[in-house]
Design a protein around this ligand. Structure first.
Ligand SMILES: *Cc1c(COP(=O)(O)O)cnc(C)c1O
Length: 489
């Protein structure tokens, strides 16, 4: 049974939690029994990605039947990933790079967002309901979510991204999205404004009633949805199994992961993997100069009162990392009252201190790391010069911190690679050639120098028709939801 991070009495089955996204009290759904069941890694050394996923989903989504889960897995993973492997592992310099960007929109979010619509369809069909998905995006989630939900029966999706806050390629990916049930809006403000707006709509009784009258439930495809988090647990095990199979580690040896972090969903999935029995020594939480998490892991104080910076790794430009709430719940010994207090303090003062006990527990497993834009560019260049491998701007943040860490550590280090370099060509070419060209010229140049081919979904994007032009104010978000309910259901 799932429950809210803020109240033991707000409970839901995993199907309900997937449909609802956020709990009604504003908390996030968590399973207090996480860790009671473990994955037997030895049994899965020869498993396919799908078989491994099934074993993990059976633990984390217990009220889905095995047949339902198998259908979801096949629907999501059989044909959507170029090359057939959901998560290839490469050795680059002194670290291993887990490439999570071979899905339809070229970012790691595809791993979860190709399967979430299948989870939702199953849950909806049982309740004979419809769902409107509301999603705030810093660039990658929005496209991946729209692609996943496009024309899925009984669903609609509204995406909100920060106006002028995403890359040119990300912008084109979103505003050219097809599908009758898709709505996209640029919001005047940054990602946190858009995310706050979506959260407010979820807890707005009037809109809930408006939707309910049409048999519609509002839901979320953000990483606050448990259906987003669960699929990400799989690739941590997948990386480990590969390292065992190619002789890099012995079964049972601990390894460390470095994760380019924004909303704390990806690294939290790693924590879940550890709870399910994966031998992990450290998680390195890699941030750009929006380094609120770096300070948090150093001091135990989460303080979002600081300037927001636009960087060349825009999907990590986040000051309120929503999924951290789940970690606090577990670190406080499954204490919803304490977690609720932290969140109240965050809402009222923009900060909280976790106390010395929780801080000590965090220190055992997490290390923060930070990298500025200049260092990120230098890392892309150095890695290209030394190995020929081209990192994207988000992966480079993590790669730098990971390879420095690996120099002084005995265990193997894996960095997650969250996006294809083809998604951020301007910054990547600027790093490698030292030249500033427009994004489309840079894309051509990158195609020339990169040994790895450009996915077709990106190579022809410039010439696609723009279908969505809406730019709205923060306080217009509510109204757009009502319009979508009227038009789509
Ligand atoms: C979303 C995203 C991140 C951040 O992941 P979180 O789960 O939000 O921490 C990092 N890199 C890329 C490319 C992303 O799209």
């Amino acid at each position: 049974m799932y429950q809210s991070t803020r109240n033991d009495k707000t409970t839901a089955t995993s199907k309900e939690a997937v449909l609802q996204g956020l709990a009604s009290d504003g908390g996030l759904f968590v399973d207090p029994e996480l860790g009671c069941f473990k994955i037997d890694i030895e049994k899965h050394l020869k498993s396919t990605y799908g078989e491994l996923a099934l074993a993990i989903f059976k633990i984390l989504l217990p009220d889905f039947t095995e047949t339902e889960l198998k259908d979801c897995i096949d629907g999501a993973y059989i044909n959507s990933f170029e090359g057939g492997d959901v998560a290839p592992l490469m050795k680059v310099g002194n670290v291993h790079v887990l490439e999570l960007f071979h899905g339809p929109t070229c970012a790691f979010k595809d791993v979860a967002l190709t399967i979430l619509p299948h989870f939702m369809s199953v849950a909806l069909s049982q309740k004979q309901q419809k769902a409107l998905i509301l999603t705030a995006t810093s660039g990658d989630t929005g496209k991946a979510a729209m692609n996943g939900f496009m024309d899925v029966p009984n669903t609609g999706i509204c995406v909100y991204y920060p106006h002028n806050g995403v890359s040119q390629v990300q912008y084109m990916q979103m505003c050219t999205q097809k599908g009758k049930n898709v709505r996209v809006h640029a919001v005047e403000g940054n990602f946190d404004d858009a995310q706050r707006g979506v959260k407010e709509i979820f807890t707005d009784p009037e809109i809930e009633e408006y939707a309910r009258l049409k048999g519609v439930k509002l839901s979320s495809a953000n990483s606050i949805n448990i259906g987003r988090l669960v699929p990400q647990v799989v690739y941590y095990f997948w990386a480990y199994i590969k390292l065992v199979n190619n002789g890099e580690v012995k079964l049972g040896d601990e390894i460390s992961f470095s994760v380019p972090t924004g909303n704390f969903g990806d690294v939290l999935a790693g924590f879940y993997a550890k709870k399910l029995g994966l031998p992990v020594k450290k998680f390195i939480v890699a941030s750009n100069v929006n380094d609120v998490l770096y300070d948090f892991f150093k001091t135990g104080i989460y303080d979002k009162n600081r300037p927001f910076a636009k960087t060349i790794s825009p999907s990590m430009d986040i000051l309120v990392s929503s999924n951290l709430e789940r970690l606090l719940f577990y670190m406080s010994g499954n204490n919803a009252d304490i977690t609720a207090e932290f969140m109240q303090s965050l809402a009222e003062n923009g900060k909280y201190f976790v106390g010395n006990d929780i801080k000590a527990k965090l220190d055992e497993l997490f290390i923060g790391g930070v990298t500025n834009d200049a260092e990120t560019l230098a890392t892309i260049k150095k890695c290209y010069d030394e190995t020929g491998y081209i990192l994207d701007t988000h992966t480079a943040v993590s790669f730098k911190i990971a390879s420095e860490y690996a120099t002084n550590s005995t265990e193997k280090v894996v960095t997650l690679s969250t996006a294809s370099p083809y998604k951020f060509p301007q910054a990547v070419i600027n790093a490698i050639d030292g030249e500033k060209m427009d994004e489309w010229e840079a894309l051509s140049r990158l195609i020339e120098i990169n040994e790895k081919p450009c996915p077709t979904s990106l190579s022809d994007i410039k010439s696609q028709e723009i279908l969505h032009k809406s730019i709205i104010d923060k306080d217009e978000m509510r109204a757009t939801v009502k319009v979508a309910i009227d038009q789509l259901f």
